[in-house]
Design a protein around this ligand. Structure first.
Ligand SMILES: Cc1cc2nc3c(=O)[nH]c(=O)nc-3n(C[C@H](O)[C@H](O)[C@H](O)COP(=O)(O)OP(=O)(O)OC[C@H]3O[C@@H](n4cnc5c(N)ncnc54)[C@H](O)[C@@H]3O)c2cc1C
Length: 365
């Protein structure tokens, strides 16, 4: 691997919320991502009617807490953004602590990236350490179909663990990478999530019947039926009312067992549901909401939707006084590779943003 270019700054791989938070803390970094667009699992379709919705994360909690060296620190994302002179216009949703940006969830990522413009369409294939204590990163550029290799003394990976382990597998044998692979193995557990978006150009349900109240001070626009097939329902047309004068739009995230069972055959290459699922979805909408056949059904598959066993826990405060956290810190220092993401903080935006802010602020990154 011969690098085309060597950076004097850290190279971050992944332009999701983790990569964007790192860029917010240090705007000198460079960011690479394999996707066509930034955002990762904080993605949405915005600005092209009738595609106005979030199909990954749909809201965030503003508050989080960290326990470290016997101290308890509380953070608010809106305060963090203020300290970084970042303006994100949000609206309350669901309860007093939850919000979403009025320009769509992916606006969080865009705004936090600031002047850092990620190199999209670049898939990291391999890593290689060089004699000069630097790392070579080999990317495939999907636009030119060419291989581009860059080097840096510091690499930050924010991809889901299965994708990182694949990269390590493809790379030449290396003791530092092997140490990371061994460390990450216990956290290599992600749930799959199937998603469907339904759009009606001239039908709306009777919100009250479904215990939704779009007109209350904090609009209730979602319902969660944990463990059921149609697990999470978010009426995206209530979140973005200006875009939906006449009709309505619903996003459904399906439960873990349903998603696991139907993952392979869920959709075709145009993101339309396969015929047997189309019938199932139309029938489900009729039974659950008395809805007519939608004018549009769009589907998506999240293969690595959420990390199941995060190092710092799934809920509650981030607990940093642990041996595993110390081990993670040592690995980052000794290898020149930092690995972050929802496998570390837990699959919640506030934990990732607040967590990276805390680590960076306390020189732990
Ligand atoms: C359906 C769904 C609903 C959710 N709902 C919520 C919610 O309402 N609230 C909430 O707080 N959280 C929610 N979450 C969780 C939250 O979205 C995630 O925890 C968070 O977005 C993870 O961000 P990340 O940056 O760590 O990872 P990602 O967003 O996965 O970013 C990783 C990036 O790496 C890129 N990448 C992958 N492989 C390569 C490679 N080889 N080379 C280069 N780039 C690569 C990807 O393209 C991606 O952009 C939800 C998640 C899902 C899937």
């Amino acid at each position: 691997m011969k690098p085309n270019f060597c950076y004097q700054v850290p190279v971050v791989v992944g332009s999701g919320i983790s990569g964007a938070t790192i860029a917010m803390m240090d705007s000198s970094v460079v960011v690479y991502d394999k996707g066509r667009s930034y955002g990762g699992r904080v993605s949405g379709k915005f600005g092209t009617e009738p595609f106005v919705y979030d199909f990954g994360a749909t809201m965030f909690r503003d508050l989080m807490e960290v326990h470290w060296l016997g101290q308890e620190t509380k953070y608010s994302l809106s305060e963090i953004w203020k300290t970084k002179s970042i303006e994100i216009q949000t609206k309350g949703i669901y309860d007093r602590d939850h919000f979403y940006p009025i320009k769509g969830m992916s606006d969080l990522v865009l705004t936090m990236l600031g002047k850092v413009k990620p190199f999209q369409g670049h898939t990291l294939n391999k890593l290689e350490s060089s004699e000069l204590e630097t790392w070579n990163l080999e990317f495939h550029n999907s636009a030119t179909k060419e291989i581009e290799t860059v080097c840096s003394h510091s690499v930050v990976l924010t991809l889901p663990i299965p994708q990182i382990l694949e990269i390590i597998d493809r790379s030449d044998k290396n003791s530092k990478l092997q140490r990371w692979a061994n460390f990450l193995e216990p956290f290599n557990d992600y749930r799959k999530t199937l998603v469907s978006y339904f759009y009606w150009d001239s039908w709306k349900p009777n919100w009250k019947t479904f215990h939704l109240d779009p007109n209350s001070l904090i609009p209730i626009t979602t319902s969660l039926h944990r463990g059921s097939d149609w697990e999470y329902q978010s009426w995206e047309s209530l979140k973005y009312p200006n875009e939906f004068q006449e009709g309505s739009a619903l996003l459904v995230q399906f439960g873990a067992i349903f998603s696991e069972t139907h993952f392979e055959n869920w959709m075709d290459s145009e993101k339309k549901p396969n015929p047997e699922y189309k019938e199932y979805l139309i029938q489900g909408l009729k039974e659950k909401f008395g809805a007519p056949e939608p004018n549009l059904i769009w589907t998506h598959r999240w293969k690595y939707a959420q990390a199941q066993m995060p190092l710092l826990g799934r809920e509650g405060p981030l607990l940093l006084d642990s041996e595993t956290f110390e081990e993670w810190k040592q690995l980052c220092k000794q290898t020149g590779i930092t690995i972050l993401g929802d496998w570390f903080f837990g699959a919640k935006i506030e934990r990732i943003v607040g967590g990276i802010y805390f680590l960076s602020h306390n020189n732990l990154l």
